[in-house]
Write a protein that binds this ligand. Sequence first.
Ligand SMILES: [Zn+2]
Ligand SMILES: [Zn+2]
Length: 262
Amino acid sequence: MIDYHVHTSLCNHATGTMEQYVRTAVAKGLSGICFLDHLTLQEAGRANAMSPQEVPMYVEAVRRLARQYRGRISIRVGLEVDFSPHHVDRCIEIINTVDLDVVGSSVHFIDGEDVVSRRSAWSRGELSPDAVYTKYLGVLDSMLDYDYFDVVCHLDLPKKFNRRPSPSAAQGFRELLEKIREKNLVVELNTSGFHYPVRETFPSPELLGRCARLRVPVVVGSDAHAPESVGRDFDRARDLLDAAGYRHLTGFSHRQREAVLL
Ligand SMILES: [Zn+2]
Ligand SMILES: [Zn+2]
């Protein structure tokens, strides 16, 4: 398997060197690793992401490692872009200046606040789940109107603190999956959720089953912010993918898709 979501210390909230992440991937027997570090232009999130000026250097550093490890493991590079309608044009400009393998897109910010930060009002239980999910689904829906990315990262992220969607919000996710299929996008199965209060993947096994029925391709990502988290819980991800009926995963090279054996 390939871990399609790994961060680096460039985002200022991850530890270890890039090479340590690669060594963990090799030690765990992964066939590949893809760095997908944050590109966040929203004021509130800039400190937790690399600066736009660092993007070319980041890509070159990963490419150098890829050459160094050729024959041992495949190493790819992408960005996890934080969607914001106010910054999307600038993000596209930045993406177009570099040769990336894959672009993921995420929603972490609602009304300018990182809702999944431990310091957020949502984390402290001060916001109504209905209000948060309605806004989140609205932002996600407008993200899906753009074409700059290949992968939808951690689809149902607001459940992180174990505040689950109401039946109408759950229906909202199902409807968005239809749009994801129409747009021929890939969904990420993100295993980091096992280590948050929600204790399950993003998306949920139920939504993953729907992805499979809609034939939406998937990648698997650990969302590692420390070298030891690379490939974490991929055995559990494999069981979920098996149960959902997936026989292979998707990979990316220079933004072109390729099949990856499960
Ligand atoms: Zn992060
Ligand atoms: Zn994320």
